[in-house]
Design a protein around this ligand. Structure first.
Ligand code: URA
Length: 219
């Protein structure tokens, strides 16, 4: 775990989007009968709404502009912009909606698999923008289950210089939230629901099944 400066909160409370639109779309997403196309579309729409919340604290600065009627002072994002980081492969399903909202964001990818013997997360792919240290990072994966891969991915983002990190997922298990808080208490979690828990196979219950399989039709 990275040492935190005293000014960094020890644990940021997760933000659960209890907006009616989000809950409606999430319920349709969970349904086993939802088609692959429907699942993709709902994920895209929910990702856009989660991105709206995840970017709530971005700094802005005043800018002078001219409307067709007069000069005024507006506000725009200041400094370096965003980097979205997808945890492969299901994280890619979240990217589309986020890029709809922030088309100029840079995108990084982290690929990890779990070694059956050591149970450690092993990296098989990683590509981040060179200036990741100067950007606000939003790490995305649809499911925060045990939290092991999210923690391992964020370990790597921090090792590359990432400092201000938000984690966005469709669903979280309490176990995953606890794991994230234990390892990365400075990382805010934005999610549509914190479900009951994990089953014996590590699936979130009641959940929505395997997010990657449902997104890419590989069931
Ligand atoms: N990954 C998934 O896709 N679904 C779960 O329920 C847990 C992890």
């Amino acid at each position: 775990m990275t040492d935190l400066p005293a000014s960094v909160p020890r644990s940021v409370a997760p933000v659960v989007l209890d907006h009616p639109l989000v809950q409606h779309k999430l319920t349709r997403l969970r349904q086993a009968a939802t088609s692959t196309a429907g699942f993709r579309r709902l994920t895209r729409e929910l990702s856009l709404l989660m991105c709206y919340e995840a970017t709530r604290d971005l700094p802005t600065e005043p800018v002078e502009i001219e409307t067709p009627l007069e000069r005024m002072e507006g506000r725009m994002l200041s400094g370096k912009k965003l980097c979205f980081i997808s945890i492969l492969r299901a994280g890619n399903g979240i990217l589309d909606g986020m890029l709809d909202l922030v088309p100029a964001a840079r995108v990084g990818h982290v690929g990890l698999y779990r070694d059956h013997d050591t149970l450690e997360a092993v990296e098989y792919y990683m590509k981040l923008p060179e200036d990741v240290a100067e950007r606000d990072c939003i790490v995305v994966d649809p499911m925060l289950a045990t939290g092991h891969s999210a923690v391992a991915a964020i370990d790597r983002v921090k090792a590359a210089g990432g400092k201000r990190i938000v984690f966005v997922c469709l669903l979280a298990a309490p176990e995953g939230v606890a794991c994230m808080n234990a390892h990365h208490p400075d990382v805010k979690i934005v999610t549509c629901s914190i479900d009951r828990g994990l089953n014996e196979k590590g699936y979130i219950v009641p959940g929505l099944g395997d997010a990657g399989d449902r997104l890419f039709g590989t069931r």
